[in-house]
Write a protein that binds this ligand. Structure first.
Ligand code: F6R
Ligand code: ZN
Length: 173
């Protein structure tokens, strides 16, 4: 069956605030929020393919709108283990941005709208951010055997955080 990339398909993963506690900067606010509720931050629908290099993984992420204190909701973000682990990210609904950075400290910020295409080169980590008030939906495509490395991001984060200041989207260190 051919999946509709805006609707659930394949393997589904839900990420809630409790899964992202270590990633947000406002730890006190995270704890206060978790005392009330454990909101879904994003859902990923991944088309099942064999975990081998000749195949391509494609996955739709629905990143919900919201903030922790002033920091917009984001995906965990990761490097790919394989040196050839480039990725294409295509905006399919709503808007947001993608943070890109490599191990040499270079950083890029790409705004994403419907039909925007972002290229995450080999060796670059990527994180999506929903800077809007609606769902931000995007498709990611990469080799099936790239592997995902979250460890450096958990310890060091990204070079910039995306926050709202005086109703504007701002990048801070
Ligand atoms: C695949 C990819 C995306 C993300 C998804 C969730 O390589 O980059 O499908 O896996 O957007 O983000 P993470 O994996 O950072 O929680
Ligand atoms: Zn990826």
């Amino acid at each position: 069956m051919v999946p509709d990339i805006k609707k659930p398909y394949g393997k589904q993963t839900e990420r809630r605030l409790s899964d992202l506690q270590e990633y947000f900067s406002g730890k006190k606010v995270v704890n206060e929020m978790l005392g009330q509720d454990d909101p879904i931050i994003y859902k990923v629908f991944e088309y099942p393919v064999p975990n081998e290099g000749e195949h391509l993984i494609y996955a739709t992420t629905i990143l919900l709108p919201g903030k922790v204190k002033d920091e917009f909701y984001f995906t965990k973000g990761h490097f790919h283990n394989k040196p050839g682990g480039a990725e294409i990210i295509i905006g399919i609904e709503g808007s947001g941005s993608v943070l890109l950075q490599n191990r040499e400290g270079e950083f890029r910020y790409e705004e994403v709208k419907i039909n925007s295409v972002v290229y995450s080169p080999p060796g670059w980590a990527h994180r999506a951010v929903n800077t809007s008030k609606k769902d931000f939906v995007f498709l990611s495509i990469c080799r099936a055997d790239v592997g995902h490395d979250y460890e450096i991001i958990i310890s060091n984060g990204f070079a910039k955080r995306v926050v709202e200041r005086e109703k504007k989207v701002c990048l801070i260190n």
